[in-house]
Design a protein around this ligand. Structure first.
Ligand code: URA
Length: 432
C-alpha cells in the first residue's frame, strides 16, 4: 500500500514536471515519458493532467527522441508478441480499403508468413475485423497459442488487437475528447507502438492521402510516412511506406460484405476496378521485397494466376472458423437502389469522404465506438474519375434502406461532373 502511494506521488510529480517542461517548449527525458505513461495507465495520473500534457504536446510538438520514447513506453504497456519472420501491413485508413483482404493472401501464398492484429472501423474509416466478421462463423478472437499455431500452419492469421498497447488505447480516447488527435508525433507514436507490440519483423505502411484520409495534403502524408518508417526501424522493424490516393473510394465496394465479395472477385481473377488491382499488387510486391523474396513481381503474378492466393484466403477463413464456401456468394442486402447521373459529361471526382458518409448513414460503419454495424449494407460506385457518363446512367448502387434518401443525396453531392475530359490521378503517389 505504501508502495502504491509512493508510486502515485512520483507519477503526480512526474506529470506536473512534464507539463511545466512542455508548456515552455522544453524536452522530456525518456525516463520522464515512461513515468508519465506508466502513471496514466496505472491510474495514478488523472485525465485532467494527462489532457493538459497532451495539449502542451499538441501546441509545442515533440522532438524525434521524445516521440521514440513515447512509442516505446506505450508499446511496453501491455502484451508483447514476437514474430520476427512475419510480415504485416498498416493502412492509415480509408474508404473501401480492402487491401489487407487482397494483398495478404497473396504474400502468404508466396511464402511470407503474416501475423496481423487488426482493429474495427470508426467513422468513415473501415476496419479489417468488421470486414472479416461479415463471413459467417469467422472469429477474430484467437488465443495467443492458436494465433501462433495458425501463423505456422497456414501462414496467415488475423486477430483483433485486444491487449496490445493499452496506454495508447487510453491516451487515444483522451485525445479524441480533447482535440489533440491531429498531432504528428502523437499519431506516429500511437500507430508504431501497436505495431512494435505486435512484433512482426517486416512492415509496410500504406499512408493514405486525400479527402477520405486523415492526411489531406502531400506534405502531411510524406511527413507521417517518414516518421512511421523511422520509428519502426528504430524499434527493430524493417519498414517502408507507400503514399496512396484516397480522394476516391478504393475499388467499387464500400461496406463489409460488399468489400469481401469484391476481394474474392479480385483473388479469383475476375474483373475488378483497376485501382484495386494495382494497389493490391503493389502492396504485395513491396511486402515481399521487404521480406527479401526474389522476383517479387513474378511471385505475385504466379500466386494470382495459379489460384494459390484465393486458395490461401479460403484456407485462412476456414482456419478461423469461417464458412469458406460462403465466400463465393456472401449475402448482402436485397434492397438495392440505383443512383443515376444528373447529367452527361466526365467524372471529375467521386469524393471518398462523401461516399464513406453515405455508407455510414446506411449502417455499414459506426458513428461511435460500440455501435453495431450491418454487414450487408453499403455502396457500390460504378464510375471513377476520368470516365465519361450519360445523364441517367447508373453511377452507384445503394444496398440497404436505413437513411437511403440521405445516402443518395450524399453520393450525388460527392460526384463531380465536368463538361470536358478529365484525367484519372495515379493511385500510388509516392514511396519511401
Ligand atoms: N490511428 C492510430 O492508431 N492512432 C492515431 O493517433 C491516429 C490514427
Amino acid at each position: 500500500m505504501a508502495g502504491n502511494k509512493e508510486d502515485a506521488a512520483r507519477s503526480g510529480s512526474a506529470v506536473l514536471e512534464a507539463i511545466e517542461l512542455k508548456k515552455w517548449g522544453g524536452e522530456l527525458s525518456e525516463e520522464l515519458v515512461r513515468e508519465v505513461v506508466e502513471g496514466y495507465t496505472g491510474g495514478a495520473v488523472p485525465d485532467y493532467q494527462m489532457s493538459a500534457l497532451l495539449m502542451a504536446i499538441f501546441v509545442r510538438g515533440m522532438s524525434y527522441g521524445e516521440t521514440l520514447a513515447l512509442t516505446a513506453a506505450m508499446a511496453a504497456s501491455g502484451a508483447r508478441y514476437s514474430f520476427p519472420e512475419c510480415v504485416d501491413k498498416h493502412s492509415t485508413g480509408g474508404v473501401g480499403d480492402k487491401i489487407s483482404l487482397t494483398s495478404l493472401p497473396i504474400v502468404a501464398a508466396c511464402g511470407a508468413p503474416v501475423a496481423k492484429l487488426s482493429g474495427r472501423g470508426l467513422g468513415t474509416t473501415g476496419g479489417t475485423v468488421d470486414k472479416l466478421e461479415a463471413i459467417p462463423g469467422f472469429s477474430v478472437a484467437l488465443t495467443e497459442d492458436r494465433f501462433r499455431r495458425q501463423v505456422e500452419s497456414v501462414g496467415l492469421a488475423i486477430a483483433e488487437a485486444g491487449d496490445v498497447a493499452p496506454a495508447d488505447k487510453a491516451i487515444y480516447a483522451l485525445r479524441d475528447a480533447t482535440g489533440t488527435v491531429d498531432s504528428l508525433p502523437l499519431i506516429g507514436s500511437s500507430i508504431v507502438s501497436k505495431k512494435a507490440a505486435t512484433g512482426a519483423g517486416h512492415l509496410l505502411y500504406d499512408v493514405k492521402q486525400g479527402s477520405g484520409a486523415f492526411m489531406k495534403s502531400t506534405q502531411e502524408a510524406h511527413e507521417l510516412a517518414s516518421l512511421l518508417v523511422r520509428l519502426s526501424n528504430d524499434s527493430g522493424i524493417r519498414a517502408s511506406a507507400l503514399i496512396t490516393d484516397m480522394d476516391e473510394p478504393l475499388g467499387a465496394a464500400i461496406g463489409n460484405a460488399l468489400e469481401v465479395r469484391e476481394s474474392v472477385r479480385f483473388l479469383r481473377g475476375e474483373e475488378t476496378p483497376g485501382d484495386l488491382s494495382e494497389m493490391a499488387r503493389a502492396v504485395a510486391v513491396h511486402l515481399l521485397e521487404i521480406k527479401g523474396i526474389p522476383d517479387a513481381e513474378g511471385a505475385v503474378e504466379r500466386a494470382l494466376s495459379s489460384g494459390a492466393a484465393f486458395e490461401k484466403l479460403r484456407e485462412f477463413v476456414a482456419a478461423q472458423g469461417g464458412d469458406a464456401r460462403a465466400l463465393e456468394d456472401l449475402p448482402v442486402s436485397g434492397d438495392v437502389r440505383e443512383v443515376a447521373s444528373p447529367r452527361s459529361g466526365y467524372v471529375a471526382g467521386f469524393g471518398a469522404l462523401g461516399v464513406g458518409r453515405a455508407a455510414l448513414a446506411l449502417g455499414a460503419g459506426r458513428e461511435k465506438k460500440g455501435d453495431r454495424v450491418d454487414p450487408g449494407v453499403g455502396v457500390e460506385v460504378l464510375v471513377k474519375t476520368g470516365d465519361g457518363v450519360e445523364e441517367g446512367q447508373t453511377v452507384a448502387r445503394i444496398y440497404g434502406t436505413r437513411n437511403a434518401d440521405g445516402a443518395e443525396a450524399m453520393i450525388l453531392a460527392s460526384l463531380g461532373i465536368s463538361d470536358g475530359p478529365t484525367r484519372r490521378p495515379p493511385v500510388i503517389l509516392g514511396s519511401l
